[in-house]
Write a protein that binds this ligand. Sequence first.
Ligand SMILES: Nc1ncnc2c1ncn2[C@@H]1O[C@H](COP(=O)(O)OP(=O)(O)OP(=O)(O)O)[C@@H](O)[C@H]1O
Length: 305
Amino acid sequence: MASVVELKDVSKIIKGRKIIDRLSFNVEEGEVFGFLGPNGAGKTTTIRMIVGLISMSDGDIFICGNSVKKDFEKAVQHVGAIVENPEMYKFLSGYDNLVHYGRMIKGVSKAKIAEVVELVGLTDRINDKVKTYSLGMRQRLGLAQSLLHDPKVLILDEPTNGLDPAGIREIRDHLRMLARDRGMAVIVSSHLLSEMEMMCDRIGIIQQGKLVDVQLVKDFVSNAEKLYELELDRLDDAINLITEHLPGINLTKSDSCLEVPVKKEQVPELVKLLASHDISIFGIREISKTLEDRFLEVTNEKGEL
Ligand SMILES: Nc1ncnc2c1ncn2[C@@H]1O[C@H](COP(=O)(O)OP(=O)(O)OP(=O)(O)O)[C@@H](O)[C@H]1O
């Protein structure tokens, strides 16, 4: 897979303060990359640098191989973005908004407008005035607008902000489809962790302007320690035994169960250990961890939130 967006040691200093600190990562074609971090971590600042709304203090960003610093026009022609709220004329129809916007871009045909409208699922409502649209429909119209010039990369800052669950799902499905079927590279930022888990292939976690982790979502969740609930007899003996073999482990006791945080590959060892001391195991249940749990683990490991 080819890298569509490459950040190389990008830094941003505002009023003497380092807001972004040597950020480097790549986003490939056909993937949805989630840029995740707590408030004030530097997500919007980074996105604004990628789309050229603000300059970099150091480093460079390449889009389809073109340097944003040296070849700005060539680099940004490949970018479709919704960074601030998309500008829409509420008293015009969705269609007329797209025609109006399309006039600013060379070579946008009626067929192209129809194609993007279909792509974002607005065909039935495109002739209605924008003021009658739900927030989710406005977001999708913004998406249609950003797709008019066939970008290779789509960048959306907090695309699900303010949407209800149905709206979130619509946007999520459309972004996944654009990556999968059209091979687009999609970058989204969010602090909605459960959303990112469902929407993204890969996530980069940013904290205090630094990238603290980049991983495939599936690895991010599966590499984690999981929580297993063990239904046992002789709970106190089991606690002593496990603590002796795994010093520092944080066990939780409840009724006839013990919650044990271990990696999956440690489970057979745990079972053998208990069985060899004649502790009966009546059941083992995995209490799966979400990306949210993992996110909090990673960010807490690397410093305060
Ligand atoms: N023009 C500016 N002048 C001074 N400080 C700024 C400016 N722009 C951003 N910052 C600071 O840079 C840091 C990162 O801000 P940024 O908006 O990029 O974070 P974010 O991760 O997008 O946060 P949020 O999720 O709250 O939108 C914050 O501490 C912010 O106050």
